[in-house]
Write a protein that binds this ligand. Structure first.
Ligand code: SF4
Ligand code: SF4
Length: 338
């Protein structure tokens, strides 16, 4: 059912949800940008609807709510181990259509890829999602070509319509509250973009032979393996383990898992001093092929959701969509057009 709420109504809705949930949304961190005197839009806890940034794309994705950058798994002492407590409250996350599609990829990786990940599941089981409609495409987005511009598996949707908020509700628990708070009811269809400025084409004949293309060599020098592209990506799920010792004897401390990146030094290091992908261009090939080739062979849809955040954040202005569009020529190069 669709409802129109004014600002006061929205804030009353959030206030009642905050009894049971922490509400996360993209918000502006003034002065928190990568360059001096620039701001950063990233996820944080909100108290009121005025804090939500509706008119810009968030620099970072929602994934940190479910897969924190650093997450303590358990504490250990000499003779005992204690599991880290789960958050006391559930969570509500405001996010866009591409990110909601990203959630499906996270769920597939953490819940349906063999034994469910315990720490992911205990957070995931208590999260609800609020879709933020996109009334226009942002810079570097290519969601339409990736088929992620429309979503319907939300609990609630919200579109800003002048001074009002248009909500489509699928969450039974909220129905009575929304009836009380609404200034009007009407059918609501969340806004979605129908075209982007950026288009991508993934060649039908793409396969492993692309590894021999010269296209990757450009990134040996251009990419500085900072890993930013992985950390902003809503679908990158790699992590590493760290033990933090509280004392010098090394018998008391905590184990954490921290987000990792296939683009940075050390990710493919193995015993004996070996490393599978030393060149930055080879790391790029691995990342690109995972996002638009091999994941699809298993799951039947691409991993990349076309959010364009990797393009937005790269300090070397490397464009992921440009790389996708180079794959056709790359295949021609390695197949000699067959
Ligand atoms: S953000 Fe750019 S420079 Fe940094 S690792 Fe990714 S592609 Fe390379
Ligand atoms: S690879 Fe880039 S465009 Fe694709 S989902 Fe990740 S951040 Fe978004």
């Amino acid at each position: 059912m669709g409802y129109l709420l004014n600002k006061e109504g929205m804030n009353q809705l959030l206030a009642s949800l905050r009894d049971e949930y922490v509400v996360y949304a993209p918000k502006c961190f003034v002065g928190g940008g990568r360059f001096s005197e620039t701001d950063c839009i990233r996820y944080g806890e909100i108290q009121s609807i005025e804090e939500v940034v509706f008119d810009k794309k968030s620099d970072y994705s929602f994934k940190e709510v479910l897969t924190p950058i650093s997450q303590t798994l358990f504490y250990f002492t000499e003779d005992s181990v204690k599991e880290a407590d789960a958050p006391k409250k559930g969570a509500i996350v405001f996010l866009r259509s591409c990110d909601l599609h990203g959630l499906r990829r996270l769920d597939d990786m953490y819940l349906r890829n063999g034994q469910p990940d315990y720490y992911y599941k205990r957070l995931r089981d208590r999260v609800h999602f609020v879709l933020m409609g996109c009334d226009h495409s942002f810079k570097n987005c290519f969601c339409v070509d990736m088929g992620t511009n429309i979503s319907d598996n939300y609990d609630l949707s919200v579109d800003v319509q002048g001074d009002l908020y248009a909500l489509d509700n699928k969450w039974d628990q909220l129905e009575t509250l929304l009836e009380d708070l609404a200034v009007a009811t009407q059918e609501i269809v969340p806004a979605h973009v129908k075209d982007n400025e950026v288009h991508v084409h993934i060649p039908e004949n793409l396969d492993e032979r692309i590894a021999k293309s010269s296209l990757w060599r450009e990134y040996d020098s251009r990419c500085i393996n900072c890993g930013r592209c992985n950390f902003v990506c809503p679908t990158c799920t790699c992590w590493s383990m760290q033990d933090l010792f509280y004392s010098e004897n090394g018998k008391a401390g905590e184990r954490r898992r921290v987000l990792a990146s296939c683009m940075v030094d050390g990710f493919t290091d193995v015993a004996g001093g070996g490393s599978y992908r030393k060149k930055n261009g080879d790391r790029m090939r691995f990342k690109v092929m995972h996002k638009v080739y091999d994941y699809k062979k298993r799951e039947d849809y691409h991993m990349c959701v076309g959010c364009g955040r990797c393009d937005d954040i790269c300090p070397e202005y490397i464009s992921f969509s440009n790389i996708i569009n180079k794959l056709e020529d790359g295949m021609k190069e390695v197949t000699g057009n067959d």
